[in-house]
Design a protein around this ligand. Structure first.
Ligand code: NAD
Length: 234
């Protein structure tokens, strides 16, 4: 079976390298193109710091775990290939998100602040909190000390969903940074006589890399348009 050529934006980073490890021993994707800011060697077949058209045109599907500025810079270069793109980069401004979404007029685009199944299920579960919308809510998130954005993209997605469900404005998520924590998210609901807490803990970075590859497989079969992780679960 012919392997799909994978292009990874942010190839030398924590997530780019985790994807490379997930590709070992599988038959669906080839670690074809790795783009990063300055690293000469990323472990992908072609390690590049510039996205040249000859290589861009050969990529079958893109996965992006880079930075908001890097993604924005890459968009005009990769849009010519009209190939599906999965982006997990967080901290995008409204303008940057609009640019990513504009790609969807020509190809399939999926963006998710969190590529884990557990968070996808939690998102859906939050709909039940409509029954206790008079409670006080608070989202908490914990991440490693190298994380650039705060609150995390996942916390903001949870917040957006919860505000929609409860029709209220919630206090900003609380962010803690330290050590090597991959990612913990808690959704608190405080009543006068009881409290409820949902907690998701990512135990390994691999969960996000595998989620992105799972999404890539599905997005290759989807028509152009903008998708979220939950859309691919349906
Ligand atoms: P990292 O800092 O380890 O890696 C960033 C990568 O992007 C590096 O390869 C770097 O060279 C590249 N890069 C940065 N700026 C660049 C530029 N201007 N030009 C070219 N390349 C550039 O980060 P990470 O921990 O791998 O996370 C990357 C992103 O993915 C972050 O936004 C993070 O929040 C997000 N993330 C999302 C999920 C999810 O499930 N959606 C999971 C983990 C991380």
């Amino acid at each position: 079976m012919k392997k799909n050529k994978l292009g990874v934006l942010g190839a030398s980073g924590r997530m780019g390298q985790e994807i490379l490890r997930c590709l070992e021993g599988q038959t669906k994707f080839e670690a074809f193109l790795g783009w990063s800011e300055r690293e000469k060697e990323t472990g992908y077949k072609h390690s590049v710091t510039r996205l040249d058209p000859e290589l861009v045109d050969k990529v079958d599907v893109w996965i992006d775990f880079s930075s908001p500025d890097a993604l924005t810079a890459a968009i005009p270069k990769i849009s010519r290939s009209k190939k599906p793109i999965i982006s997990g980069t967080t901290g995008l401004s409204d303008v940057q998100m609009k640019k990513l979404k504009s790609l969807a007029t020509n190809c399939a685009v999926m963006w998710s602040s969190n590529m884990s199944l557990g968070i996808a299920v939690l998102m859906k579960t939050l709909e039940h909190l409509q029954m206790i919308s008079d409670f006080d809510f608070q989202i908490e998130e914990f991440h490693h000390k190298h994380k650039k954005d705060a609150p995390s993209g996942t916390a903001l997605s949870l917040q957006k969903k919860l505000e929609k469900v409860t029709q209220t404005t919630l206090p900003a998520p609380l962010s803690l940074r330290g050590g090597g924590v991959i990612g913990i998210h808690k959704v608190w609901a405080f009543g006068e006589e009881e409290t409820l807490c949902f907690e998701h803990m990512a135990l390994q970075r691999r969960v996000f890399a595998r989620g992105a590859l799972w999404a890539a497989e599905r997005l290759l079969k989807k028509p152009k348009g903008f998708y979220e992780f939950g859309d691919l679960l349906k």
